[in-house]
Ligand binder design. Structure first.
Ligand code: CLF
Ligand code: SF4
Length: 297
């Protein structure tokens, strides 16, 4: 799977469990939930739970300060030698919490320079943060891109928070789409590997995602991860309450196959929690609560 890649890219992905299918059998990742705020609203999100752009909706992660996050990473690294990647993916949007996110990255660059840093964002604040991301030596960024057409976007995003104002409907969606595409281009120009996550929402963006795949590939995205919408009424999201269904397994696979003509597809995503620890699909978070870490010290 990696053999066709140039050496410098292989070096970046060979031990990243999300960017390489092969690597996820051997290497682990962890997330620290340091980023509570968000700057947009998605119809599949309820703020009580983790950011559903990258994480499993319906779970509540333990919010950490950057200091506690660093402690936790060092404790996990000492106990799980396969842990190669530290990601920040919530519970809100990491780039809507730049102080907390970058304080964590800064401390880890100093104290654990071998751990790869990874971040996942809705993209709204991305262009203004690209230089800062480069300073922290981040090679992997995920942007959740569910549409490239504001008409479709208005059915997914009721509003965004932009220049201290709430902007609704198509106008908001247009700004979000422009920021995502600009951010994607800026990152790929700088050699950062960008994974695009798309949430498949039947009847809303299912037909449209093939176009999304083409557009992001043309802008240099490395990998496309089409994830199923998980909408349960009890999660209290707009979609959940409106009875919007998620895709069937066959629908998801069919769309991944159709997009695959255009670019590499990720098919082993486990929709991790914003505080996940361990191999993909594994959750060892309970072994590394703050109480336990203090006992270890
Ligand atoms: Fe985390 Fe995401 Fe980085 Fe991976 S998860 S920030 S790229 S280190 Fe991976 Fe989990 Fe799927 Fe995300 S399996 S939800 S794709
Ligand atoms: Fe929720 Fe994440 Fe969307 Fe923000 S970006 S509204 S946290 S799903």
């Amino acid at each position: 799977q990696l053999a066709h890649l140039p050496e410098h890219i292989r070096a970046k992905v060979h031990n990243h469990p999300c960017y390489s299918e092969e690597a996820h059998h051997h290497y682990a990742r962890m997330h620290v939930a340091v980023a509570p705020a968000c700057n947009i609203q998605c119809h599949y999100c309820n703020r009580k739970y983790d950011c559903a752009n990258e994480s499993r909706p319906g779970v509540v992660s333990e919010l950490l300060t950057p200091e506690h996050a660093v402690k936790k990473v060092l404790a996990v690294a000492a106990n799980i030698p396969q842990m190669t990647v530290l990601g920040i993916a919530g519970p809100g949007d990491p780039l809507a919490n730049p102080e907390r996110t970058f304080a964590t990255f800064r401390a880890l660059t100093e104290q654990a320079p071998d751990i790869k840093l990874c971040v996942s964002t809705n993209g709204l604040a991305l262009p203004e943060q690209v230089e800062e991301l480069c300073k922290h030596n981040i090679d992997h960024v995920t942007i959740t891109i569910n549409c490239v057409d504001p008409e479709v976007g208005a059915k997914i995003y009721p509003w965004i928070f932009w220049n201290n104002r709430r902007i609704k409907g198509r106008r908001g969606a247009r700004i979000l789409i422009e920021q995502q595409q600009k951010g994607l281009e800026m990152l790929t120009e700088r050699g950062i590997l960008v994974k695009v996550n798309s949430v498949l929402i039947p009847g809303v963006n299912d037909e449209h995602l093939k176009e999304v795949s083409k557009v992001v590939k043309a802008r240099g995205a490395f990998l496309h991860n089409v994830m199923p919408l998980i909408a349960e009424a009890e999660h209290g999201t707009f979609y959940g309450v409106m009875g919007q269904r998620g895709p069937t397994h066959d629908e998801l696979q069919a769309l991944q196959d159709e997009c695959a003509g255009d670019m590499a597809m990720m098919r082993h995503c486990r929709q991790c929690r914003a505080d996940a620890v361990g191999m993909l699909g594994e959750d060892r978070g309970a072994e590394f609560t703050l109480d336990r870490i203090e006992e270890m010290e």
